[in-house]
Design a binder for this molecule. Structure first.
Ligand SMILES: [Mg+2]
Length: 281
């Protein structure tokens, strides 16, 4: 079937179901489901509902996350047990969203309101502290902590999101959740993580980086250019599954502005998506 028709059909099917009983939504009890609203027929929002269902319901998503953390564990044990590495100050750099926690409940909440991502709704979600840990994540970071490895949470969450994030990660059992190890986006709101990675490198050797967005690994990928980003995958091919541990995120990422040429309105995004999907027969 044409992928566009498939997406529309799946969106319609999803919207026809009693969604709260099958997909987790954040605990905003005032939310109502606008079934039949034309906004809900947005292929962008329908897509986010479907990818969220995959993240929340499929065993495959859990297995992929576990696989990433199994590889990370092997790398961690190999490095820390090697006598030649004795005395090294190791650090692990990790992103937070869709790398150690699952925020799909917020995507569902927004999509059911007929809205795309917004900063204010994101801040509210972070304050709730309801994100769930990805399979394998807590065990991996607790092992790293027990082996004396420093963990730096380099996230593009903002300073204002720190209290809710700390509460959330501590409740889930993540270690080293403190001011020293939280490197969030500063007031300049620059998403480029290079400066923060370099700060870690001043005192530590980075054993590995974990992320769901390629910019979590190298600034090369912080571009709105699909061909350039594809070129980077070839350039850094040897690093994936070694120094770069990537987690699956079908919901959002820099691939979206790269595909859309920036951050257009939801309506413009939908138009663009329809065009793209129709061109792939
Ligand atoms: Mg992320």
């Amino acid at each position: 079937m044409n992928p566009f028709k498939t997406l529309l059909l799946l969106s319609s099917l999803l919207l026809g179901l009693t969604i709260p009983s099958c997909i987790v939504v954040q605990s905003n009890k005032t939310q109502t489901i606008q079934q039949g609203s034309h906004k809900l027929m947005s292929p962008t929002l329908g897509g986010k509902l479907f990818t969220s269902a995959w993240m929340q319901r499929s065993a495959e998503y859990k297995a992929l996350c576990q696989q990433a953390y199994n590889i990370a564990t092997e790398r961690l044990l190999a490095a820390t047990s090697n006598p030649r590495n004795k005395g090294k100050r190791w650090a692990i750099v990790t992103d937070i969203d869709e790398t150690i926690v699952d925020n799909s409940a917020n995507s569902v909440h927004q999509a059911l309101k007929g809205e795309d991502y917004s900063q204010s709704s994101w801040d509210h979600w972070c304050d709730l502290g309801e994100a769930k840990a990805l399979s394998g994540a807590v065990a991996f970071f607790r092992l790293a902590d027990s082996l004396g490895v420093s963990i730096y949470y380099i996230s593009n969450r903002d300073e204002v999101n720190k209290p809710g994030t700390k509460r959330n990660l501590i409740a889930l059992g993540f270690p080293q959740v403190d001011e020293e190890h939280f490197m969030f986006r500063d007031a300049s709101r620059q998403s480029d993580k290079t400066k923060r990675r370099n700060e870690v490198l001043r005192t530590h050797e980075i054993l590995m980086l974990l992320g769901d967005n390629l910019g979590d690994f190298d600034h090369f990928f912080d571009v709105r250019d699909e061909a350039k980003r594809d070129e980077g995958v070839k350039l850094f091919a040897e690093e994936f599954g070694r120094r770069f541990i990537i987690l699956p995120n079908p919901n959002y990422g820099t691939w979206e502005p790269a595909m859309n040429g920036g951050y257009p309105s939801l309506n413009d995004k939908d138009q663009k998506l329809r065009t793209i999907l129709r061109s792939h027969k």
